[in-house]
Design a protein around this ligand. Structure first.
Ligand code: PEP
Ligand code: MN
Length: 260
């Protein structure tokens, strides 16, 4: 079990991390975060440094997002996670985030993993889109061996011959990893599918398969999002998903973690 500021990952209460792919402005993030707080979401996400396939694409606000993230996390009282893309960002992001996120493109960045292993802050390690389970577990071991025992694994879809969806969410990964390790195993159905209409069914499947938490992209205006709008849920879609998620979990003797 990894407890982050009162949010337990790995027990019978299952938290959902939600927020935009990228922090775009104070208005956008604050407005969305307040809506999410009303829905009793446990944890916020929001990209500050974005590793985009196309160098012309929006790269995130970078340092400009630091005061926004701090203010939103403080105003809502919710923990916040964001991706660290370079060891040089660790010190600064340590002040801003409650948990570091390592993205799919950096799972093999062993120097980054070793540095995060020296940190006292939890790390959400995403599976590289081409990684075997063994490689994924070894990447986690780099962080654990360096002293940081608060590692959470996240299945976020892999690259297969199917090119109709952005990635193929590997449902096998959840029970497989849970049988091999005591680390919490989370699911990211947003990047795992890349399509809004697939997020809810795949997220429910991940919970049924035993996921210890979810990380989901939600946007107040997906059509105008600066990144990943095609896979974002609207706040209405997200709210209706949460009800179903709790019902699935109840069948399995678990429940959705709600911020009190
Ligand atoms: C993200 O969660 O913002 C992200 C970029 O995810 P991934 O690294 O899994 O693509
Ligand atoms: Mn994204």
């Amino acid at each position: 079990m990894v407890n982050i500021l009162g949010v337990p990952f790995g027990g019978s209460s299952v938290p959902v991390i939600a927020g935009p792919c990228s922090i775009e402005s104070k208005e956008q993030f604050l407005g969305l975060a307040q809506e999410l707080k009303e829905m009793k979401v446990s944890f916020l996400r929001g990209g500050i440094y974005k590793l985009r396939t196309n160098p012309e694409s929006f790269q995130g606000l970078g340092k400009e997002a630091y005061p926004i993230a701090q203010e939103v996390s403080h105003a809502t009282g919710l923990p916040f996670t964001s991706e660290v893309t370079d060891p040089r960002q660790i010190e600064e992001l340590h002040e801003i985030t409650s948990m570091f996120q390592v993205g799919t493109r950096n799972m093999y960045n062993y120097d980054l993993l070793k540095e995060l292993g020296k940190s006292s802050k939890p790390v959400l390690l995403k599976r590289a889109f081409s990684a075997t389970y063994g490689e994924f577990l070894n990447a986690a071991e780099y962080i654990l061996a360096a002293g940081n025992k608060n590692v959470l694994l996240c299945e976020r879809g892999i690259r297969t011959f199917v090119n109709d969806t952005r990635n193929t969410f590997d449902i096998n990964a959840i029970p497989f990893l849970k049988n091999r390790t005591d680390l919490p195993v989370l699911a990211d159905p947003s990047h795992g599918t890349g399509l809004t209409e697939l997020v809810e069914p795949v997220a429910l499947a991940a919970l049924a398969a035993g996921a210890d938490g979810l990380i989901i992209e939600v946007h107040n205006d997906p059509k105008n999002a600066l990144s990943d709008g095609q896979q974002a849920l609207t706040t209405e879609q997200f709210k209706s998903f949460l009800d179903k998620a709790d019902k699935i979990l109840n069948v399995l003797g678990r429940s959705l973690h709600e911020r009190g």
